[in-house]
Design a protein. Sequence first.
Length: 147
Amino acid sequence: MTTALADHPAAASTTAPAPPPVQVLSFAEPLPGFPRHRDYVLVPGDSAGLLFWLQAVAPDGPRFLAVPAREFFPGYAPVLPAAVRVELGLADPAEARVFCLVTVPDGDVAEATANLRAPVVVAPATSRARQVVLDDGSLPLRRRLRR
């Protein structure tokens, strides 16, 4: 009699967990300077959920370092224009996931800065996203990224 491998207890214990589902984000408008790329995925860059790669789906597409705004800037609460909320399908602005794109000058992590004036806003329920350039001139383009 032959026993199927899947029925064997050792086989069940060595099965790797399924990777988390990847959510493809469709940008309402391309990121400035990248007109051919509208579809991206957020790829975790660490196990703590503090760093992400915003990676274009296209193989030749750009990749940006991004951080969740709340984790690094707890007092940061950008006001999203009503048109953006409608465009992304955000019934409640609190549902938005807000990310700041990060620049690491000359590869020096100690000098890394985040753009608070133009966050990337994601609507998880609709998989829509947009980089929103805010009118608030008090928000810095280059805020030091220290936690």
